[in-house]
Design a protein around this ligand. Structure first.
Ligand code: LMR
Length: 344
């Protein structure tokens, strides 16, 4: 019987105390030799707060690590290769943050959800390994379909008595980056001066930009607003089609994930200013059990979920319309997680 609630928490306490005794922040990148993994590892190597960078992939991390190790920043870079659980566990051992770009990208004509079959095991493997070797790590999944992968990993972590909803994230930062860029273009302003909440999930209409709350204000016509929303929702597909079968967004995704991990690091280190982030997390904000909204981060993960932004009627309607799809994705993830946990 799958006993999610029957667990004590022995592992958590035990490893956490040793984790907090170790000096130096460790980030493990799972999928580090891939299209996202390499530029992401480069950007992380440039972060002066990271002292240990562990690069895991099925193959080719030796070369990537050697290459990065010549960069004159403090992080030591260690390669780990292999599809067995051992190398993954060594890479993730006592990591403070595990960021996961591993998995196959989609091809033109595919939806992100079509990747479930091939990528589900990545989420399960990482969750099992984290339970054993870094139970207090922040885990950030980039692997698609994020809407399914995060509930799957949560379910495996629960089964291993090691789930902390404040430490598990689906990275949706690229949706925010894209929203800032496209709105910046439309307003002819520096995109870095634009703020747009993007809530929900990370596929199709579950990506919901709240343009009514954009700063500076975006006052397009209804048609322009609709077009802009569609562009943000379809931006991943725009890249997939432009790459003509050679994968999906890698460079912009690496940039977005680096922004997110950078803020996780600031939160772990403690910051005077509140760190507000947005990601797909366990949530009570809507009837979907996982949902992306802004939240405040602290050293222990999510400190406070800031909930839904103000929305106009059209945005409220779009939220209602996306919920069935998001809930179905979540249910599929939980079911898969239970299957993986049952097999363990
Ligand atoms: C993206 O948003 O670019 C990624 O989720 C990759 C994809 O398949 O679209």
């Amino acid at each position: 019987m799958f006993g999610l609630l029957k667990c004590a928490q022995p592992l958590l306490g035990k490893l956490h105390s040793s984790q907090s005794n170790r000096r130096g922040l460790k980030v493990a990148v799972v999928g580090a030799a891939g299209g996202i993994g390499q530029p992401l590892s480069l950007l992380l190597k440039l972060n002066p707060h990271i002292e240990h960078l562990a690069l895991h992939d099925l193959r080719n991390t030796q070369g990537v690590a050697m290459d990065l190790s010549h960069i004159d920043t403090p992080a030591t870079v260690c390669p780990f290769e292999g599809g067995d659980g051992k190398s993954l566990r060594r890479a993730m051992f006592m990591a403070d943050i595990v960021v996961v770009p591993a998995g196959l990208p989609r091809q033109p004509g595919m939806s992100r959800t079509d990747l479930v079959k091939v990528n589900a095991s990545v989420a399960a493997d990482v969750a099992f390994a984290a339970s054993e070797v870094c139970p207090r790590a922040f885990i950030a999944f980039i692997t698609n379909p994020v809407n399914v992968v995060v509930p799957l990993a949560a379910t495996v972590l629960k089964a291993k008595c090691n789930y902390d909803p404040n430490r598990l994230f689906g990275v949706t930062s690229l949706d925010l980056v894209r929203a800032r860029t496209f709105v910046g273009d439309a307003l002819n302003v520096n995109p870095l001066k634009v703020e747009v909440p993007v809530i929900g999930g990370h596929t199709g209409k579950t990506i919901l930009p709240i343009l009514s709350q954009c700063t500076p204000a975006y006052n397009g016509t209804d048609e322009e607003v609709e077009e802009l929303i569609k562009r943000i929702q379809g931006a991943g597909t725009e890249v997939v089609n432009a790459k003509k079968g050679e994968g999906s967004a890698t460079l912009s995704m690496a940039h977005a994930a680096n922004l997110f991990v950078g803020n996780l690091i600031k939160a772990i280190k403690g910051s005077d200013k509140p760190i507000v982030e947005c990601a797909y997390v366990e949530s009570e904000v809507t009837e979907a059990q996982f949902f992306a909204t802004p939240f405040v981060l602290g050293p222990q993960g999510i400190k406070e979920n800031l909930g839904l932004p103000d929305m106009n009627d059209v945005e409220m309607e779009a939220l209602e319309k996306m919920l069935p799809e998001l809930k179905a994705n979540i249910e599929a993830g939980i079911k898969l997680g239970k299957d993986f946990a049952g097999q363990d």
